[in-house]
Design a binder for this molecule. Structure first.
Ligand code: IPE
Ligand code: IPE
Ligand code: MG
Length: 250
């Protein structure tokens, strides 16, 4: 299925966002505040993922995309990185069966080549197992960076179009890692920071942005509803005027 590009067309706007993209931030501070090791925050963060996946199913959201590990997160202390990798492995081992039973399709996007062979195998297996599911699509961005995504898409676009020198957006877009999904309608960042941190740079062109101070482990269905309520107040103009949206062509 080909989705409308927000820059080439005016996409359809639905009351409930079709695609929700989240930066799950604040795990470390959640733990530190409780005098716990940072990893305790990451573990609690996995529980929040479970809660939000269920909440998205209940609310009829089609695509949920979660930033789990950025291409810059390798800069963290080795011990935290390896704990995060282990958590990723156990989460996959535990959750995929349940996701499959709930008709959820799981995708993992990012430069996976840097992950262990075991993790790569688990990811491939999980994606294969859930590939034909027709419910919520959950995408986990792992060793993902928006710049990486645009760069790898550009390389593929050039290879697919030998001899071409004039490239267009619609030639690049199909090569982006998440070409199977519409552009996000709503972006949520928990944890209080107001930045994109090299997330979906291309795809967020016309996404509504929502920032909350709530730490990711505390983010629940009610917090999600507050974000959706804020989204429903927004006027998505995609370059047009308010009057045009109201039906006045002038
Ligand atoms: C987000 O929480 C999880 C990852 C980046 C893996 P953080 O670990 O960034 O938590 P804070 O920002 O230090 O509180
Ligand atoms: C962004 O959070 C990445 C993830 C949530 C996976 P960070 O905590 O790494 O972002 P910065 O470093 O504060 O920008
Ligand atoms: Mg952080």
């Amino acid at each position: 299925m080909i989705f409308k590009s927000s820059t080439a067309d005016v996409p359809e706007v639905t009351r409930v966002p079709r695609h929700l993209a989240i930066i799950m931030d604040g795990n470390g501070r959640w733990a530190t505040k409780r005098l716990l090791p940072r990893v305790a925050g990451h573990m609690k963060g996995v529980e929040a993922v479970r809660t939000i996946v269920e909440a998205c199913v209940q609310r009829g959201i089609g695509y949920l995309t979660l930033f789990a590990f950025s291409s810059e997160n390798w800069r963290r202390p080795e011990e935290e990185v390896s704990l995060l990798m282990r958590l990723f492995v156990t989460a996959l081992e535990r959750e995929v069966v349940k996701m499959h039973a709930n008709n959820i399709r799981l995708k993992v996007v990012g430069d996976l080549s840097r992950f262990s062979a075991e993790l790569q195998r688990l990811i491939a297996e999980a994606e294969r197992k859930t590939a034909n599911n027709t419910g919520l699509t959950v995408t986990v961005c792992a060793n993902y960076g928006g710049r990486w995504d645009i760069t790898q898409a550009a390389s593929k676009m050039v290879a697919a179009n030998p001899g071409v020198h004039d490239y267009t957006e619609d030639m690049l877009a199909p090569h982006l890692a998440m070409a199977y999904a519409p552009e996000p309608d709503l972006f949520i960042r928990t944890g209080g920071e107001q930045r994109i941190s090299n997330y979906l740079l291309w795809q967020l062109a016309y996404t509504e942005l929502y920032f909350t101070d709530t730490y990711w482990p505390d983010f629940d269905g009610a917090a999600l509803d507050a974000a959706i309520a804020s989204y429903q107040q927004r006027e998505r103009r995609f370059g047009r005027t308010s009057a045009q949206l109201a039906g006045d062509p002038n």
